[in-house]
Every structure is written in C-alpha cells, then in structure tokens.
Design a protein. Structure first.
Length: 299
C-alpha cells in the first residue's frame, strides 16, 4: 500500500512488503531515472520473504513531490530543489533512519546505483551491502570529457547553455512523455521486449503528467559534474555486488567486468543473458534468485 512521508516539506511516496518473519535487517530499493517504486513490481514481494522490502519514489519521480529545479548558476530559494546525487542520497539516508530504522541492504538500478553507493557511505555501518543493477556509468560527465570525441568536447559548452533553458528542456520532455515514445525507449532498454506491457508503459507515463515533472528532467540533464560510480567504489568498505544485463544498450557490460576486476569491494558479478538495462523487470525469473542468494549471504 502506498504511503507518504514528509521530508523537508516535500511529500515522498513509498511502499513496503513484509512477511511475519522478524528479520533484523531491511532491503531498500532505489529506482533509476524516469522510473518509480512500481518498477520493482516483480521483485519486492519475492524479496520480502527474507526481510522487509521498501521501495520509494525519489523526489521528482513517481508519486513524490516534483519541485522546481535549481542548477548551479541559479539562486537558491525555498521553492527550488537541486536535483543531484547528494540530494537524492540524503533523501534515502533520512528514509532509512526515519522510516526503515534497521540496518539495510541497498539495491539500485541505473542512477539508483550511484545513489545507493553514495547513501551507503553516509550510512556507514548501518549499510550491510549494496547491489548495483546496471549502474549508471555517466559517460557525459565533465570528468569523462577526455573520453569523448573532439566534436563532443567542442560542443559541450553549447550543449550546456541550451539544456539550461526551460523552454528547450520542457519541449524535449513533452516529446518524450508520450506512451508511444516510452514504449519505443522500453523496447531498446528491454532487448527481449519481455514484460514491455501496458502496465509498465502506464506506470512510467502517469508521473510525467503531474505538475513539475519537466523540472526533474531539467535538473537531471544539467548534471554535468557529479559522482561517478568508480570514484565511489574506490572508497567503499561495504560489500558490493553487480547484476548486469548482457545486452544493456547504454551501460556496457564490459565496464562492469572491468569494475569487478578493479575494485576489492565488489564481491560478485552476475551477467543476465539476453537482458538489457533493467534485467530485474525484464527477466525477474533470472534476477530474483540472484537477489535472494546475495541477501541471504549478507544476513
């Protein structure tokens, strides 16, 4: 059942699945960009057989508040919100302390993975581990500029200037926030097209029609200098596990394999054959047993 929590005068939507078992830990699910708590529709109940499983809508998404965006050069006001990884991580950190009130294992998909890593640092010993599902690699970040083509490096200042403009970002958002466009993107993200159904399309479409939805989009596309997963992984003392879609069109599995070889904190890598960017929803029958195994080992 959907519930709401007041966080800094914003409304944050969340839900929990829990069985009668008296587990001393809890699981917190963190969705990716443009998604919401319902994106864990095939996972949350299964996970709750082991421990209470919480899912929340990050501010700017789902049923949570969507305040006006405030980017670096703009004046901070009480009405504006800085959509960035520190802000989202603070939200999840406070959620864990005020709502969950147990040691947690964090599971994040896409940008939810970066948020999970950063939140884990804040939680310290209260974080039992992190599971990254196709974690965002953020190739467009300024810190990765040297990896871009000469043309892209040349155009970067122009791109930054354009995407700051609300008129442009709103127009792009309005083009994308249509069921047919969402379905088209999902068929790229889910190479097998499994579970790309009306329920999923409607789940992702509905939040785009609420007031303020274009603001979260504007805030996110202006994140040119923020956390990168490898930088966070270097400092991690908590165990990290990777689950990756073999055919992810945006976050190549080769990078995950490189992380697995590079960072001591990463204890396992499970590649889901034929799956894309959201294997937990595309192929839950393959991902759920992996999640259960990792969680049981962490308890």
């Amino acid at each position: 059942m959907k519930q709401f929590w007041n966080w800094k005068n914003y409304q944050i939507a969340w839900q929990v699945e829990e069985t009668s078992n008296d587990s001393g830990i809890a699981i917190v699910l963190i969705h990716g960009f443009g998604a919401c708590k319902e994106h864990w529709r095939f996972n949350q109940k299964t996970i709750s057989s082991i421990a209470p499983c919480y899912a929340l809508d990050l501010i700017g998404f789902g049923d949570s508040s969507k305040p006006n965006s405030q980017i670096s050069y703009e004046k901070k006001t009480y009405q504006n919100f800085n959509y960035c990884f520190d802000s989202w991580s603070q939200l999840v950190y406070d959620f864990c302390n005020e709502i969950v009130k147990k040691p947690v294992l964090l599971i994040g998909n896409s940008i939810g993975g970066v948020i999970a890593l950063n939140t884990s640092k804040k939680l310290s010993q209260k974080a039992l581990g992190v599971i990254l599902i196709d974690c965002a690699q953020r190739t467009m970040d300024d810190k990765r500029l040297a990896e871009q083509s000469l043309l892209m490096r040349f155009l970067r200042p122009v791109i930054k200037t354009f995407v700051r403009q609300r008129l442009l970002s709103s127009n792009i958002f309005n083009i994308a926030a249509k069921p047919k466009f969402i379905a088209k993107i999902l068929k790229v993200a889910y190479p097998s097209e499994k579970n790309v159904d009306e329920e999923l399309i409607d789940t992702l479409f509905k939040p785009t029609q609420s007031k303020g939805a274009p603001e979260a989009f504007r805030g996110f596309i202006n994140l040119f200098d923020d956390y990168l997963a490898p930088n966070l992984l270097k400092e991690m003392h908590t165990s990290v596990h990777l689950i990756w879609g073999e055919k992810d069109p945006w976050e190549p599995v080769k990078e995950a394999q490189k992380w697995f070889k590079t960072f001591e904190c990463i204890k396992s890598l499970d590649v889901i054959s034929d799956a894309g960017h959201c294997p937990h929803d595309e192929m839950p029958e393959k991902v759920n047993p992996v999640l259960i195994r990792i969680i049981q080992e962490a308890i």
